[in-house]
Every structure is written in structure tokens, then in C-alpha cells.
Ligand binder design. Structure first.
Ligand code: DQA
Length: 142
């Protein structure tokens, strides 16, 4: 089964970005880990990251067309992008929402809502990079 791991804005700077919150693993390392975890689970994983909302929308629309499963960390867009809400609504294969931190436990009020959650079969948050493995396990189990 094909699974797209899609990461939104600022996640390209993982490893350098607020490491006390997001850890020291880089996006390239995360991508390698996800491909390996996917292989162990019998999944064909492709990892992508963008800082451009329209690009993420195109990828989500492509996943809707292909019937690919999606593991999505929409980063800050999670909290306000109704375009991403609409794109997630069109997916037919499982969508798992993932966050490295747990946005619901962070002090900024804006992080406490998610436009992705209504369309997700599961949310994995606050488990660091390992949360991506858990998300892939949840996809594989379906
Ligand atoms: C994040 C949490 C979001 O609130 C934040 O905007 C991010 C990363 C996470 O993985 O913990 O960019 O999605």
C-alpha cells in the first residue's frame, strides 16, 4: 500500500527549529526513518515537505485521485486552513494526523483546534518523531 507522509510549513527545518520542542532529528533523517518503518510494515512510503499551501493541496488532491493513505503533519495550517479541511474531506484511504508536540497542551490558544482531526481516523501527538512510526502502524493496521 502506498502511503504519503506529508509535512507542512517550517518542518523542513527540523533539527534546527526549536529543538527543545521538536527535537534534533532533521527532516532528511525523519524521511529515512519513515521509509524504513514503512518497509518493515509492508508499506511503500514517500515523504514530502512544503512551505507552500497550494503545493500541499495538490498533493492531497493527488492522494484523493490515487486512493493513497496519508500521514499528515499540516503544522501551523492545521489550525486554520479551511482549504486543507476541504482537501482532507476528499480522501478515501485512511488519513492519520500527526504532530511532534502535542498542540492541545501548548499555551497558544490557536493550537487547540485542528481542521484535520474531523477527517482523520486517528491523531498521534506529543510523541516526537516516534509518532510517525505509530501513525504508519495505524495505517498498516487498516
Ligand atoms: C506541529 C504543531 C503545530 O502547532 C506547529 O505549528 C507546527 C508543528 C507539531 O508537529 O508539533 O509547526 O504540527
Amino acid at each position: 500500500m502506498k502511503v504519503l507522509v506529508l509535512n507542512g510549513p517550517n518542518l523542513g527545518r527540523l533539527g534546527r527549529r526549536q529543538p527543545e520542542i521538536y527535537g534534533r532529528t532533521t527532516h532528511a533523517e525523519l524521511a529515512d526513518l519513515c521509509v524504513g518503518w514503512g518497509r518493515d510494515l509492508g508499506l511503500e512510503v514517500e515523504v514530502r515537505q512544503t512551505n507552500h499551501e497550494g503545493v500541499l493541496l495538490d498533493w492531497l488532491n493527488g492522494a484523493a485521485d490515487d486512493g493513497s493513505a496519508v500521514v499528515l503533519n499540516a503544522a501551523a495550517w492545521t489550525h486554520y486552513s479551511w482549504a486543507i479541511y476541504d482537501a482532507c474531506a476528499q480522501l478515501t484511504a485512511p488519513l492519520v494526523e500527526v504532530h511532534i508536540s502535542d498542540p492541545t497542551q501548548r499555551p497558544e490558544e490557536f493550537r487547540h483546534t485542528s481542521v484535520v482531526t474531523p477527517h482523520a481516523v486517528a491523531v498521534v501527538a506529543g510523541k516526537g518523531i516516534d509518532g510517525y512510526r505509530e501513525a504508519l502502524e495505524l495505517v498498516a493496521a487498516r
